[in-house]
Every structure is written in structure tokens, then in C-alpha cells.
Design a protein around this ligand. Structure first.
Ligand SMILES: Cc1cc2nc3c(=O)[nH]c(=O)nc-3n(C[C@H](O)[C@H](O)[C@H](O)COP(=O)(O)O)c2cc1C
Length: 188
């Protein structure tokens, strides 16, 4: 966290004016010297309609909430329910989707469509990771997610996890690592 904050490339530029400009009240913890410090929030935005994708999501969540990861709040939102306010209140994000017709799911695309402009100036440098499940070919969906994240100026802090077919132990381990890596990047 210290390195991330110290590096100006990773700082938020500013939050947009108006109702979305203020960070939502989050949890606070006693920091060094007894001062109150905001607890960083990891947001997981996912569309997980099938058991296979849900298994990946569960593994990501287990990694992000591992007991060794301390001082990070993990918030999960279904892609159709996630909002710009959720993103503006987050310090990092993980995106999960199936590959559908060579692209991310309509639900995750809808999420990006509705948040893109409201968060454009307020989330630059946001650390992110992603996982994609498919059966035929996940490249198009991965490319789409990473292109939009690039457009928003987000910073990928872990390799995108792509799984075709039924997830095996190594796949679920990679999902666990994804959750743990993004969450650990928010620890102070
Ligand atoms: C309309 C539709 C389009 C799909 N297109 C793709 C695709 O382009 N690439 C791919 O790898 N899988 C594709 N799939 C498979 C889904 O990614 C897969 O069903 C999903 O990840 C859930 O996995 P499961 O069906 O094995 O549980 C498609 C599924 C549907 C229903």
C-alpha cells in the first residue's frame, strides 16, 4: 500500500464532481500512532450464472479473504447490481465473467457501459484483476475486459485467469492466487 500510494502513477487523480464525488463511508481502523485510517476495499464484480464460473468466483473470494490478508474489506456485487458508487468506493477490483460469443458477458458489459463515464476520472490507476470461464475460446472476452480496463486507466496487478471447461485444482488454485494477489496489493 505504501509503495502504491508513494507512486504518483497509482494515485487517483480526482473524483468527479457531484453526487459520485465523495467516497462512501467505509470501515475505519486504528492506524499507526492511533489515527483513524480507512480500510481499503476490494470490490469483486462478477457474472457467475453457471457452476463452473461460480466455482472460480468462490476460489477468488477464498483467496481475497484468506486470514493472512488483513485490513482489507471484500465487497462482492453481481454485475447487474454493481454501480459506479461501488467502484468509486473501492481501492481495487476483480472482474469475473463467462466468455459469450467471443466477448465478455452482456451483464459485465452492461456494468462497464453504465459506470464508464461516471468513474473515468475517479478510478485511474485502480489495481485490478480478472477471471474468465469459457468452453470454446476465452481470448476475445479477456481482450475485451482488458481493453476496457486499459481505457479506464486501471492497472492490472495479476495475470488474468482463463479456464476452458470444468475447472481443475490448478485452475482453482490460480483463481485463489488471483484473489489473494489483488487483495494483498491493497494491504498497507
Ligand atoms: C450464448 C453463449 C455463447 C457462448 N460463447 C462462448 C464463447 O465465445 N467462448 C467460450 O469459450 N465459451 C462460450 N460459451 C460457453 C460459456 O462460456 C460457458 O457456458 C460458461 O462459461 C459456463 O460454463 P459451463 O457451461 O461449462 O458451466 C457460450 C455460452 C453461451 C450460452
Amino acid at each position: 500500500m505504501t509503495a502504491r500510494r508513494a507512486d504518483p502513477r497509482h494515485r487517483r487523480r480526482h473524483r468527479p464532481a457531484g453526487g459520485l464525488s465523495r467516497r462512501l463511508p467505509g470501515r475505519a481502523a486504528l492506524g499507526a500512532g492511533g489515527t483513524l485510517a480507512a480500510v481499503p476495499t476490494l470490490l469483486i464484480v462478477h457474472h457467475t450464472p453457471s457452476p463452473a464460473t461460480a466455482e472460480m468466483f468462490d476460489a477468488v473470494l477464498r483467496g481475497a479473504t484468506d486470514p493472512e490478508i488483513t485490513g482489507v474489506d471484500v465487497v462482492r456485487r453481481a454485475a447487474l447490481a454493481a454501480t459506479a458508487s461501488d467502484l468509486l468506493a473501492a481501492d481495487g477490483v476483480i472482474l469475473g465473467t463467462p466468455a459469450n460469443i467471443g466477448y465478455m458477458s452482456g451483464a459485465l458489459k452492461h456494468f462497464f457501459d453504465q459506470v464508464y463515464y461516471p468513474v473515468l476520472d475517479g478510478t485511474r490507476g485502480l489495481p485490478y484483476g480478472a477471471f474468465v470461464h469459457g468452453n470454446l475460446g476465452t481470448e476475445g472476452a479477456v481482450r475485451a475486459v482488458e481493453s476496457i480496463a486499459d481505457g479506464l486507466g486501471w492497472r492490472r496487478v495479476a495475470a488474468t485467469v482463463q479456464v476452458a471447461g470444468s475447472p481443475g485444482m490448478p485452475d482453482l488454485r490460480a483463481c485463489w492466487e488471483l484473489g489473494a494477489t489483488v487483495a494483498a496489493s491493497l494491504m498497507s
